[in-house]
Design a protein around this ligand. Sequence first.
Ligand code: PHE
Length: 460
Amino acid sequence: MASRGKFSGRIGFIAAAAGSAVGLGNIWRFPYETGENGGAAFLLIYLICMVLIGFPVMVGEISIGRNTQLNAFGAYKKIGGAKWGLLGYWGIISAIMFLSVYNVIAGWAFAYFIQMTNGVLINTDNFDAHFTSQISDVTDLFFYSLGFMVLTAVIVSRGVKKGIESASRILMPALFIMLIGLILYSFTLDNAMEGIKFYLIPDLSKVTLSTIYNALGQAFFSLSLGMAALVTFGSYISKKENIVTSAALVTVTDTTVAFLAGLLIFPLVFSQGLSPSAGPGLVFVVLPGIFASLGVLGPIIGAVFFLLLCFAALTSTISLLEIPVSYLVDEKGYSRKKVVIFTATLVFIIGIPSMLSYGAVDYFTNFTFYEGKVKNVLDVVFDIFSDVGLPLGGFLMTIFIATKWKKANFNDELEEGNPGYNGSLIQKYLNFSLSYFAPIFLGLMFVVTVLKKFFEIDIF
Ligand code: PHE
Protein backbone atom coordinates (compact mmCIF):
# COMPACT_ATOMS: atom_id res chain seq x y z
CA MET A 1 0.00 0.00 0.00
CA ALA A 2 2.55 2.54 -1.16
CA SER A 3 0.00 5.31 -1.50
CA ARG A 4 -0.82 5.55 2.21
CA GLY A 5 2.00 7.97 3.00
CA LYS A 6 4.16 8.22 6.08
CA PHE A 7 5.60 10.84 8.37
CA SER A 8 9.26 11.49 7.66
CA GLY A 9 10.29 10.38 11.12
CA ARG A 10 10.05 11.11 14.78
CA ILE A 11 10.00 14.89 14.59
CA GLY A 12 7.50 14.82 11.75
CA PHE A 13 5.10 12.70 13.73
CA ILE A 14 5.51 14.71 16.90
CA ALA A 15 4.93 17.99 15.04
CA ALA A 16 1.78 16.65 13.42
CA ALA A 17 0.40 15.00 16.55
CA ALA A 18 1.21 18.02 18.69
CA GLY A 19 -0.37 20.15 15.97
CA SER A 20 -3.52 18.06 16.26
CA ALA A 21 -3.52 18.34 20.02
CA VAL A 22 -2.78 22.04 20.26
CA GLY A 23 -5.83 23.89 19.02
CA LEU A 24 -8.88 25.88 19.99
CA GLY A 25 -9.01 23.49 22.92
CA ASN A 26 -5.90 25.03 24.42
CA ILE A 27 -6.31 28.68 23.62
CA TRP A 28 -10.06 29.22 23.41
CA ARG A 29 -11.58 26.51 25.58
CA PHE A 30 -9.03 25.84 28.31
CA PRO A 31 -8.94 29.43 29.65
CA TYR A 32 -12.72 29.76 29.82
CA GLU A 33 -13.14 26.32 31.40
CA THR A 34 -10.50 27.25 33.95
CA GLY A 35 -12.13 30.63 34.51
CA GLU A 36 -15.55 29.07 35.04
CA ASN A 37 -14.34 26.23 37.23
CA GLY A 38 -12.42 28.08 39.88
CA GLY A 39 -8.99 28.76 38.39
CA ALA A 40 -6.01 27.01 39.93
CA ALA A 41 -8.04 24.13 41.41
CA PHE A 42 -9.25 23.24 37.93
CA LEU A 43 -5.73 23.49 36.56
CA LEU A 44 -4.50 21.05 39.18
CA ILE A 45 -7.15 18.44 38.44
CA TYR A 46 -6.63 18.93 34.74
CA LEU A 47 -2.92 18.17 35.14
CA ILE A 48 -3.71 15.04 37.13
CA CYS A 49 -6.11 13.87 34.37
CA MET A 50 -3.41 14.44 31.76
CA VAL A 51 -0.90 12.24 33.57
CA LEU A 52 -3.16 9.49 34.90
CA ILE A 53 -5.55 9.09 31.96
CA GLY A 54 -4.62 11.26 28.98
CA PHE A 55 -1.08 10.06 28.46
CA PRO A 56 -1.87 6.31 28.75
CA VAL A 57 -4.89 6.63 26.44
CA MET A 58 -2.73 8.44 23.91
CA VAL A 59 -0.13 5.66 23.98
CA GLY A 60 -2.96 3.17 23.50
CA GLU A 61 -4.37 4.92 20.44
CA ILE A 62 -1.02 5.43 18.74
CA SER A 63 0.00 1.82 19.26
CA ILE A 64 -3.24 0.48 17.75
CA GLY A 65 -2.62 2.63 14.68
CA ARG A 66 1.01 1.72 14.30
CA ASN A 67 0.43 -1.99 14.82
CA THR A 68 -2.16 -2.20 12.05
CA GLN A 69 -0.93 0.60 9.75
CA LEU A 70 -4.58 1.26 8.99
CA ASN A 71 -7.29 3.90 9.36
CA ALA A 72 -9.55 3.91 12.43
CA PHE A 73 -12.10 1.43 11.11
CA GLY A 74 -9.52 -0.85 9.48
CA ALA A 75 -7.38 -0.87 12.59
CA TYR A 76 -10.09 -1.95 15.04
CA LYS A 77 -11.46 -4.46 12.56
CA LYS A 78 -8.09 -6.00 11.83
CA ILE A 79 -7.38 -6.79 15.45
CA GLY A 80 -10.87 -7.17 16.85
CA GLY A 81 -13.11 -8.32 14.00
CA ALA A 82 -16.19 -6.73 12.48
CA LYS A 83 -17.85 -5.83 15.79
CA TRP A 84 -14.89 -3.81 17.02
CA GLY A 85 -14.77 -2.16 13.61
CA LEU A 86 -17.85 -0.30 14.83
CA LEU A 87 -15.66 1.52 17.33
CA GLY A 88 -13.62 2.73 14.37
CA TYR A 89 -16.81 3.90 12.68
CA TRP A 90 -17.78 5.73 15.84
CA GLY A 91 -14.42 7.53 15.70
CA ILE A 92 -14.95 8.49 12.06
CA ILE A 93 -18.49 9.74 12.63
CA SER A 94 -17.38 11.65 15.72
CA ALA A 95 -14.59 13.27 13.73
CA ILE A 96 -17.02 14.42 11.04
CA MET A 97 -19.49 15.84 13.54
CA PHE A 98 -16.82 17.36 15.77
CA LEU A 99 -15.07 18.99 12.82
CA SER A 100 -18.37 20.39 11.54
CA VAL A 101 -18.68 22.53 14.70
CA TYR A 102 -14.99 23.05 15.35
CA ASN A 103 -14.73 24.64 11.95
CA VAL A 104 -17.44 27.13 12.88
CA ILE A 105 -15.45 28.36 15.88
CA ALA A 106 -12.31 28.40 13.74
CA GLY A 107 -14.29 30.62 11.36
CA TRP A 108 -14.94 33.06 14.23
CA ALA A 109 -11.21 33.14 14.95
CA PHE A 110 -10.49 33.75 11.28
CA ALA A 111 -13.01 36.61 11.16
CA TYR A 112 -11.49 38.17 14.26
CA PHE A 113 -8.01 37.96 12.80
CA ILE A 114 -9.12 39.78 9.66
CA GLN A 115 -11.06 42.36 11.68
CA MET A 116 -8.04 42.98 13.88
CA THR A 117 -5.87 43.71 10.88
CA ASN A 118 -8.34 45.95 9.05
CA GLY A 119 -9.29 48.00 12.10
CA VAL A 120 -12.96 46.98 12.31
CA LEU A 121 -12.58 45.38 15.71
CA ILE A 122 -10.43 48.01 17.36
CA ASN A 123 -12.94 50.71 16.45
CA THR A 124 -15.85 48.88 18.01
CA ASP A 125 -17.13 50.42 21.20
CA ASN A 126 -19.19 47.51 22.46
CA PHE A 127 -17.30 44.22 22.17
CA ASP A 128 -20.10 42.17 23.56
CA ALA A 129 -22.53 43.50 20.99
CA HIS A 130 -19.96 43.09 18.25
CA PHE A 131 -19.42 39.44 19.13
CA THR A 132 -23.16 38.77 19.26
CA SER A 133 -23.76 40.36 15.89
CA GLN A 134 -20.64 38.75 14.40
CA ILE A 135 -21.68 35.21 15.27
CA SER A 136 -25.13 35.75 13.82
CA ASP A 137 -23.96 37.40 10.60
CA VAL A 138 -24.81 34.77 8.00
CA THR A 139 -22.62 36.08 5.18
CA ASP A 140 -19.56 36.46 7.35
CA LEU A 141 -20.04 33.10 9.02
CA PHE A 142 -20.41 31.40 5.71
CA PHE A 143 -17.43 33.10 4.16
CA TYR A 144 -14.99 32.58 7.02
CA SER A 145 -15.97 29.00 7.84
CA LEU A 146 -15.84 28.08 4.20
CA GLY A 147 -12.44 29.74 3.91
CA PHE A 148 -11.17 27.74 6.83
CA MET A 149 -12.50 24.48 5.46
CA VAL A 150 -10.94 25.14 2.06
CA LEU A 151 -7.56 25.82 3.70
CA THR A 152 -7.86 22.59 5.66
CA ALA A 153 -8.80 20.63 2.56
CA VAL A 154 -5.90 22.02 0.53
CA ILE A 155 -3.39 20.92 3.15
CA VAL A 156 -4.91 17.48 3.65
CA SER A 157 -5.09 16.85 -0.08
CA ARG A 158 -1.32 17.36 -0.29
CA GLY A 159 -0.91 14.21 1.77
CA VAL A 160 0.55 13.18 5.07
CA LYS A 161 4.13 14.33 4.67
CA LYS A 162 3.94 17.23 2.26
CA GLY A 163 0.71 18.62 3.62
CA ILE A 164 0.04 17.76 7.24
CA GLU A 165 3.61 17.38 8.45
CA SER A 166 5.13 20.38 6.75
CA ALA A 167 2.27 22.67 7.77
CA SER A 168 2.68 21.61 11.39
CA ARG A 169 6.44 22.01 11.33
CA ILE A 170 6.08 25.66 10.41
CA LEU A 171 2.90 26.56 12.29
CA MET A 172 3.79 24.99 15.64
CA PRO A 173 7.06 26.85 16.32
CA ALA A 174 5.46 30.07 15.07
CA LEU A 175 2.69 29.57 17.57
CA PHE A 176 5.13 29.12 20.45
CA ILE A 177 7.04 32.26 19.61
CA MET A 178 3.88 34.37 19.38
CA LEU A 179 2.58 32.98 22.64
CA ILE A 180 5.77 33.68 24.60
CA GLY A 181 5.96 37.20 23.18
CA LEU A 182 2.39 37.95 24.21
CA ILE A 183 2.88 36.54 27.71
CA LEU A 184 5.94 38.67 28.36
CA TYR A 185 3.90 41.67 27.37
CA SER A 186 0.89 40.74 29.55
CA PHE A 187 3.14 40.46 32.62
CA THR A 188 4.00 44.12 32.34
CA LEU A 189 0.38 45.23 32.88
CA ASP A 190 -0.97 46.54 36.18
CA ASN A 191 -2.70 43.94 38.29
CA ALA A 192 -1.23 41.09 36.25
CA MET A 193 -0.30 39.48 39.57
CA GLU A 194 -3.96 39.08 40.55
CA GLY A 195 -4.53 36.99 37.44
CA ILE A 196 -1.50 34.87 38.13
CA LYS A 197 -2.70 34.21 41.69
CA PHE A 198 -6.15 33.17 40.49
CA TYR A 199 -4.52 30.84 38.02
CA LEU A 200 -1.81 29.32 40.17
CA ILE A 201 -2.87 29.25 43.81
CA PRO A 202 -5.52 26.53 44.15
CA ASP A 203 -8.50 26.78 46.43
CA LEU A 204 -9.46 23.15 46.84
CA SER A 205 -12.78 23.99 48.45
CA LYS A 206 -13.91 24.88 44.92
CA VAL A 207 -13.53 21.30 43.66
CA THR A 208 -16.82 19.55 42.91
CA LEU A 209 -17.77 16.59 40.80
CA SER A 210 -18.35 18.85 37.84
CA THR A 211 -14.82 20.26 38.20
CA ILE A 212 -13.57 16.72 37.74
CA TYR A 213 -15.65 15.78 34.75
CA ASN A 214 -15.06 19.11 33.08
CA ALA A 215 -11.32 18.67 33.58
CA LEU A 216 -11.46 15.16 32.17
CA GLY A 217 -13.50 16.27 29.16
CA GLN A 218 -11.08 19.12 28.61
CA ALA A 219 -8.10 16.73 28.75
CA PHE A 220 -9.66 14.51 26.07
CA PHE A 221 -10.64 17.46 23.90
CA SER A 222 -7.21 18.98 24.17
CA LEU A 223 -5.16 15.84 23.57
CA SER A 224 -7.33 14.84 20.58
CA LEU A 225 -8.26 11.59 22.29
CA GLY A 226 -11.27 9.34 22.00
CA MET A 227 -12.05 9.64 18.31
CA ALA A 228 -9.18 7.73 16.76
CA ALA A 229 -7.30 10.80 15.53
CA LEU A 230 -4.16 9.31 16.99
CA VAL A 231 -4.94 5.83 15.75
CA THR A 232 -4.95 7.42 12.31
CA PHE A 233 -1.74 9.39 12.82
CA GLY A 234 -0.11 6.39 14.52
CA SER A 235 -0.71 4.40 11.33
CA TYR A 236 1.73 6.68 9.50
CA ILE A 237 4.73 6.01 11.72
CA SER A 238 7.33 3.30 11.41
CA LYS A 239 8.25 0.49 13.73
CA LYS A 240 11.49 2.26 14.53
CA GLU A 241 9.77 5.02 16.47
CA ASN A 242 9.50 5.05 20.22
CA ILE A 243 5.80 5.51 20.89
CA VAL A 244 6.14 6.16 24.61
CA THR A 245 8.57 9.06 24.24
CA SER A 246 6.65 10.52 21.31
CA ALA A 247 3.36 10.42 23.21
CA ALA A 248 5.05 11.94 26.25
CA LEU A 249 6.40 14.80 24.16
CA VAL A 250 3.00 15.44 22.59
CA THR A 251 1.31 15.43 26.00
CA VAL A 252 3.90 17.80 27.43
CA THR A 253 3.67 20.16 24.44
CA ASP A 254 -0.10 20.25 24.59
CA THR A 255 -0.16 20.82 28.34
CA THR A 256 2.48 23.52 28.04
CA VAL A 257 0.53 25.45 25.42
CA ALA A 258 -2.69 25.28 27.45
CA PHE A 259 -0.78 26.35 30.54
CA LEU A 260 0.80 29.26 28.67
CA ALA A 261 -2.55 30.32 27.22
CA GLY A 262 -3.83 30.65 30.78
CA LEU A 263 -0.73 32.52 31.78
CA LEU A 264 -1.42 34.98 28.98
CA ILE A 265 -5.14 35.40 29.43
CA PHE A 266 -5.65 35.69 33.20
CA PRO A 267 -3.18 38.57 33.69
CA LEU A 268 -4.91 40.33 30.76
CA VAL A 269 -8.37 39.74 32.21
CA PHE A 270 -7.44 40.80 35.75
CA SER A 271 -5.50 43.80 34.55
CA GLN A 272 -8.83 45.17 33.37
CA GLY A 273 -10.73 44.12 36.48
CA LEU A 274 -12.90 41.76 34.43
CA SER A 275 -14.45 38.44 35.41
CA PRO A 276 -12.63 35.28 34.31
CA SER A 277 -15.89 33.37 33.98
CA ALA A 278 -17.20 34.92 30.78
CA GLY A 279 -17.68 31.50 29.15
CA PRO A 280 -17.02 30.76 25.47
CA GLY A 281 -16.93 34.50 24.74
CA LEU A 282 -13.87 35.01 26.98
CA VAL A 283 -11.37 35.09 24.15
CA PHE A 284 -13.70 36.88 21.73
CA VAL A 285 -15.27 39.51 23.96
CA VAL A 286 -12.88 40.19 26.78
CA LEU A 287 -9.62 40.07 24.86
CA PRO A 288 -10.46 42.45 22.00
CA GLY A 289 -11.62 44.99 24.58
CA ILE A 290 -8.29 44.65 26.31
CA PHE A 291 -6.35 44.92 23.06
CA ALA A 292 -8.26 48.08 22.20
CA SER A 293 -7.22 49.65 25.49
CA LEU A 294 -3.54 49.06 24.82
CA GLY A 295 -2.97 52.03 22.58
CA VAL A 296 -1.03 51.79 19.33
CA LEU A 297 0.32 48.36 20.13
CA GLY A 298 -3.20 47.00 20.67
CA PRO A 299 -4.15 46.12 17.10
CA ILE A 300 -0.80 44.44 16.50
CA ILE A 301 -0.98 42.35 19.64
CA GLY A 302 -4.58 41.51 18.86
CA ALA A 303 -3.81 40.46 15.31
CA VAL A 304 -0.94 38.26 16.49
CA PHE A 305 -3.20 36.66 19.05
CA PHE A 306 -5.94 35.77 16.58
CA LEU A 307 -3.44 34.60 14.02
CA LEU A 308 -2.09 32.28 16.68
CA LEU A 309 -5.58 30.99 17.34
CA CYS A 310 -6.05 30.32 13.60
CA PHE A 311 -2.74 28.47 13.31
CA ALA A 312 -3.58 26.32 16.29
CA ALA A 313 -7.04 25.55 14.91
CA LEU A 314 -5.72 24.74 11.45
CA THR A 315 -3.32 22.02 12.56
CA SER A 316 -6.26 20.49 14.45
CA THR A 317 -8.80 20.68 11.63
CA ILE A 318 -6.37 18.94 9.29
CA SER A 319 -6.01 16.07 11.74
CA LEU A 320 -9.78 15.81 12.07
CA LEU A 321 -10.34 15.76 8.32
CA GLU A 322 -7.63 13.13 7.94
CA ILE A 323 -9.66 10.61 10.00
CA PRO A 324 -12.49 10.09 7.45
CA VAL A 325 -10.14 10.74 4.53
CA SER A 326 -7.77 8.00 5.62
CA TYR A 327 -10.72 5.62 5.95
CA LEU A 328 -12.02 6.29 2.44
CA VAL A 329 -8.57 6.10 0.88
CA ASP A 330 -7.63 2.83 2.66
CA GLU A 331 -10.90 0.97 2.53
CA LYS A 332 -12.48 2.20 -0.67
CA GLY A 333 -9.37 2.93 -2.67
CA TYR A 334 -10.52 6.35 -3.93
CA SER A 335 -7.95 9.00 -4.75
CA ARG A 336 -6.97 11.28 -1.88
CA LYS A 337 -7.96 14.46 -3.76
CA LYS A 338 -11.47 13.27 -4.57
CA VAL A 339 -12.01 12.01 -1.07
CA VAL A 340 -10.85 15.30 0.43
CA ILE A 341 -13.22 17.35 -1.72
CA PHE A 342 -16.12 15.06 -0.94
CA THR A 343 -15.49 14.88 2.82
CA ALA A 344 -14.76 18.56 3.30
CA THR A 345 -17.98 19.47 1.46
CA LEU A 346 -19.98 17.00 3.51
CA VAL A 347 -18.55 18.28 6.79
CA PHE A 348 -19.20 21.88 5.81
CA ILE A 349 -22.82 21.14 4.96
CA ILE A 350 -23.36 19.22 8.19
CA GLY A 351 -21.95 22.22 10.03
CA ILE A 352 -24.45 24.72 8.60
CA PRO A 353 -27.11 24.31 11.33
CA SER A 354 -24.39 24.78 13.98
CA MET A 355 -23.11 27.81 12.13
CA LEU A 356 -26.57 29.34 12.23
CA SER A 357 -27.22 28.55 15.85
CA TYR A 358 -26.04 31.78 17.42
CA GLY A 359 -28.95 33.95 16.52
CA ALA A 360 -29.02 33.61 12.73
CA VAL A 361 -31.86 31.09 12.73
CA ASP A 362 -34.15 30.93 15.71
CA TYR A 363 -34.94 27.22 15.40
CA PHE A 364 -31.25 26.28 15.56
CA THR A 365 -30.55 28.85 18.27
CA ASN A 366 -33.25 27.69 20.68
CA PHE A 367 -32.94 24.09 19.65
CA THR A 368 -33.60 22.27 22.90
CA PHE A 369 -33.42 22.48 26.66
CA TYR A 370 -31.43 20.45 29.19
CA GLU A 371 -28.88 20.93 31.96
CA GLY A 372 -31.06 23.78 33.09
CA LYS A 373 -30.47 25.87 29.98
CA VAL A 374 -31.48 26.43 26.38
CA LYS A 375 -29.08 24.70 24.02
CA ASN A 376 -28.38 25.53 20.41
CA VAL A 377 -27.36 22.98 17.78
CA LEU A 378 -23.67 23.66 18.24
CA ASP A 379 -23.95 23.00 21.99
CA VAL A 380 -25.78 19.74 21.37
CA VAL A 381 -23.18 18.49 18.89
CA PHE A 382 -20.33 19.37 21.23
CA ASP A 383 -22.13 17.82 24.20
CA ILE A 384 -22.68 14.54 22.39
CA PHE A 385 -19.48 14.23 20.40
CA SER A 386 -17.08 15.97 22.74
CA ASP A 387 -18.03 16.07 26.43
CA VAL A 388 -19.72 12.67 26.40
CA GLY A 389 -18.37 11.06 23.23
CA LEU A 390 -14.64 11.51 23.70
CA PRO A 391 -14.34 9.94 27.16
CA LEU A 392 -16.70 7.19 25.91
CA GLY A 393 -14.41 6.53 22.93
CA GLY A 394 -11.45 6.42 25.32
CA PHE A 395 -13.28 4.04 27.64
CA LEU A 396 -14.13 1.63 24.81
CA MET A 397 -10.54 1.77 23.57
CA THR A 398 -9.22 0.70 26.97
CA ILE A 399 -11.73 -2.17 27.02
CA PHE A 400 -10.58 -3.12 23.55
CA ILE A 401 -6.94 -3.31 24.64
CA ALA A 402 -7.68 -5.17 27.86
CA THR A 403 -10.10 -7.75 26.50
CA LYS A 404 -9.44 -8.13 22.79
CA TRP A 405 -5.98 -7.06 21.76
CA LYS A 406 -4.58 -8.18 25.14
CA LYS A 407 -1.94 -6.62 27.27
CA ALA A 408 0.89 -8.82 25.93
CA ASN A 409 0.34 -7.74 22.31
CA PHE A 410 0.03 -4.13 23.33
CA ASN A 411 3.31 -4.40 25.24
CA ASP A 412 5.05 -6.08 22.30
CA GLU A 413 3.99 -3.23 20.04
CA LEU A 414 5.51 -0.74 22.46
CA GLU A 415 8.72 -2.75 22.74
CA GLU A 416 9.30 -2.09 19.01
CA GLY A 417 11.42 1.00 18.68
CA ASN A 418 11.88 1.02 22.45
CA PRO A 419 13.95 -2.00 23.47
CA GLY A 420 13.84 -2.62 27.20
CA TYR A 421 10.27 -1.35 27.51
CA ASN A 422 9.01 -4.74 28.66
CA GLY A 423 9.71 -5.02 32.35
CA SER A 424 10.21 -1.28 32.81
CA LEU A 425 8.41 0.87 35.32
CA ILE A 426 6.62 2.79 32.60
CA GLN A 427 5.26 -0.50 31.26
CA LYS A 428 3.79 -1.35 34.66
CA TYR A 429 2.33 2.12 34.90
CA LEU A 430 0.72 2.03 31.44
CA ASN A 431 -0.63 -1.47 31.98
CA PHE A 432 -2.13 -0.52 35.32
CA SER A 433 -3.71 2.61 33.96
CA LEU A 434 -5.11 1.03 30.80
CA SER A 435 -6.34 -2.18 32.43
CA TYR A 436 -7.83 -0.83 35.63
CA PHE A 437 -7.62 2.82 36.41
CA ALA A 438 -8.63 4.40 33.09
CA PRO A 439 -11.54 2.06 32.25
CA ILE A 440 -13.05 2.31 35.72
CA PHE A 441 -12.66 6.05 35.95
CA LEU A 442 -13.77 6.73 32.36
CA GLY A 443 -16.74 4.37 32.64
CA LEU A 444 -17.83 6.04 35.84
CA MET A 445 -17.41 9.53 34.44
CA PHE A 446 -19.39 8.59 31.36
CA VAL A 447 -22.35 7.50 33.45
CA VAL A 448 -22.10 10.53 35.74
CA THR A 449 -21.86 12.96 32.82
CA VAL A 450 -24.80 11.50 30.91
CA LEU A 451 -27.01 11.46 33.99
CA LYS A 452 -26.08 14.97 34.97
CA LYS A 453 -26.17 16.53 31.52
CA PHE A 454 -29.22 14.97 30.00
CA PHE A 455 -31.27 13.88 33.00
CA GLU A 456 -30.18 16.33 35.69
CA ILE A 457 -29.51 13.47 38.08
CA ASP A 458 -26.65 13.91 40.56
CA ILE A 459 -25.51 10.56 41.88
CA PHE A 460 -22.82 11.91 44.18
N1 PHE B 1 -7.16 18.76 20.30
C1 PHE B 1 -7.79 19.72 19.48
C2 PHE B 1 -7.85 21.04 20.25
O1 PHE B 1 -7.39 21.12 21.35
C3 PHE B 1 -9.15 19.29 19.02
C4 PHE B 1 -9.20 17.90 18.48
C5 PHE B 1 -9.92 16.92 19.14
C6 PHE B 1 -8.52 17.58 17.32
C7 PHE B 1 -9.96 15.62 18.67
C8 PHE B 1 -8.55 16.28 16.82
C9 PHE B 1 -9.28 15.30 17.49
O2 PHE B 1 -8.38 22.00 19.79
